[in-house]
Design a protein around this ligand. Structure first.
Ligand code: NAD
Ligand code: USQ
Length: 398
């Protein structure tokens, strides 16, 4: 297959590109390098020393003998370049990772809210409109989020995207309907993924586009079999208060001797998936596309759930780290239960890589190796979910 990886320079996109290339697919990366620009804006770098996109691609060619193409395109802004690629590039499938993905970054101020909405919604809509205009039959696999469902307690296992309901008709009968599971996003970022869902439903219905939406949980880990082959292929490792996600942050904090920053009571339960399973899920999704005319295929791309304070406790136990309960900068329930259906990937043969002491140590070891690159002042989460912050108040927690 010829596969375009939109956002292929990012944390998920880079290892997914290498995995698919390694399987023999013809991979082309499309990225505007905005994530690297945001690093500069925030003064926060990946803990691991990631190479430039051209160095990465050259190193992969040297190590594997395989070529990966690169197009520097802003897919939210440069529609014509995207259309050109899709029309003449002989692309069979697109994996769409190219969005601003940090909830705290999206909540920092109105500029970031507007950027996140403009970037993510235009990126997704440009892609869908361009596929229709290209006249080609291109399967889209998009990275959505478990956060589209929200983090209340559902009282049921969250299904894979759709919910069967019964509604009373005007004549008093009850009829069955299938609806998208009610959304309840917890940040502007998560809201853009909810809006994406409706764009997908429309284009699948109106234009018979073949679309898979992967409702992904929090990724943890850093390297995959391919990125570990050469230091020049190393994946990014975000640990700062905006882009660092909880489990990788805790492992990095433990490695550098910083108390684990549990927000509030740590009662939030979230869905997780290891990075090596993420790349395998992308492969499985591409190998099992929906047919033209089908509804959007939605998979819950997660393998386990954990409560934040339990993760902190576990890491403290295995590594001797200390835990600090800090005021929660976010607006989220103090406690939630989370039970999720993930049968679609299991049925396709996914064998989950779940949390184990060995894997926790592996990530911590990587963090320890690059500990001298860490800027501890970037660890606290300073983006607040308040109106005052949006109105320009200084960014302080507590
Ligand atoms: P990332 O920020 O590391 O990578 C995103 C990439 O997309 C970056 O390289 C960025 O430069 C590029 N990009 C952004 N806007 C673009 C545009 N307009 N044009 C071209 N390129 C653009 O993020 P990630 O962690 O790799 O996440 C990838 C996707 O997976 C996101 O859509 C995210 O919502 C989703 N996801 C991530 C996680 C996670 O834990 N990291 C969990 C669930 C879902
Ligand atoms: N948290 C802490 N301490 C920290 C960091 C986070 O207690 O130091 C808590 C947060 O308050 C939250 C939970 O951990 O309750 C998860 O936060 P996170 O930053 O790890 O994850 P989130 O903001 O939800 O976003 C990440 C990715 C996003 C993806 C999402 C999947 O950045 O792109 O969509 O995970 S999910 O969470 O399943 O919606």
């Amino acid at each position: 297959m010829k596969i375009a990886i939109l956002g292929g320079d990012g944390f998920c996109g880079w290892p997914a590109s290498l995995h698919l290339s390694d399987l023999g697919h013809d991979v082309v990366i499309v990225d505007n390098l905005s994530r690297r620009a945001i690093d500069t804006e925030l003064g926060a770098e990946s803990l691991t020393p990631i190479r430039s996109i051209t160095e990465r691609i050259d190193a992969w060619a040297e190590v594997s003998g395989r070529t990966i193409g690169f197009h520097h395109i802003d897919i939210a802004q440069d529609y014509d370049a995207l259309l050109d690629l899709l029309t003449y590039g002989e692309i069979d499938a697109v994996v769409h990772f190219a969005e601003q993905r940090a909830a705290p970054y999206s909540m920092k101020n109105s500029r970031n809210k507007r950027y996140t909405v403009d970037n993510n919604i235009n990126a997704t809509h440009n892609l869908l409109a361009a596929i229709v205009e290209s006249g080609r039959d291109i399967h889209v696999a998009h990275l959505g989020t478990m956060g589209a469902y929200g983090y209340g307690t559902a009282g049921m296992k969250i299904p894979e995207g759709y919910l069967d309901i019964e509604v009373p008709t005007d004549s008093g009968e009850r009829v069955g309907q299938e609806i998208l599971y009610p959304s309840n996003p917890g940040s502007i970022y998560h809201m853009t993924k909810v809006l994406d869902q409706h764009l997908f439903a429309y284009y699948a219905k109106n234009d018979s586009l073949r679309i898979t939406d992967l409702h992904q949980g929090i990724i943890w880990g850093t390297n995959t079999e391919q990125t570990a082959r050469d230091e020049r292929l190393i994946n990014r490792f975000d640990y700062d208060g905006d882009y660092g996600t909880v489990l990788n942050r805790f492992l990095m904090q433990s490695a550098v001797g910083y108390p684990l920053t549990v927000h509030g009571t740590g009662g939030q339960t979230r869905a997780f998936i290891h990075i090596t399973d993420m790349v395998r899920c992308i492969q499985l999704a591409l190998e099992n596309p929906p047919a033209a005319g089908d509804r959007v295929k939605i998979f819950n791309q997660m393998t386990e759930t954990h409560r934040v304070r339990d993760l902190a406790r576990l890491i403290a136990e295995v590594s001797g780290a200390t835990v600090e309960m800090v005021p929660n900068p976010r607006k989220e329930s103090a406690e939630n239960e989370l039970h999720v259906v993930n049968d679609a990937f299991l049925d396709l043969g996914l064998e989950p890589t779940t949390l184990s002491e060995g894997l926790l140590h592996e990530v911590e070891d990587i963090a320890r190796r690059y500990a001298d690159r860490a800027d501890l002042s970037k660890i606290p989460a300073t983006s607040l979910w308040t109106k005052e912050q949006a109105a320009g108040a200084p960014l302080t927690v507590g």
